[in-house]
Design a protein around this ligand. Structure first.
Ligand SMILES: [Zn+2]
Length: 77
């Protein structure tokens, strides 16, 4: 992300972005879990994938949505 004048901008959770989305990917065969707002779905997928394949490494991601905007006016200046 390129920010030229970070002090002029702030990031806040995107009210239209929804909750974080969790997913996992096997680092051995690159198969992907279902993505879900619950962390439990990819976690259970990892354990089942390990039981089925013996693959033990996973890349777990949480995607969140933010929105840049102007900071609120500071009081007392
Ligand atoms: Zn795998």
């Amino acid at each position: 992300m390129m920010v030229t004048r970070a002090a002029d901008w702030v990031l806040a959770p995107d009210p239209h972005g929804g909750p974080p989305i969790h997913a996992a990917e096997c680092t051995t065969c690159l198969e992907e879990s279902p993505a879900d707002t619950s962390r439990e779905i990819p976690d259970v997928w990892c354990m089942r994938h390990c039981a089925a394949t013996g693959h033990t490494g996973y890349r777990v991601t949480a995607t969140t949505f933010v929105r840049a905007g102007r900071p609120p006016a500071r009081q007392g200046l």
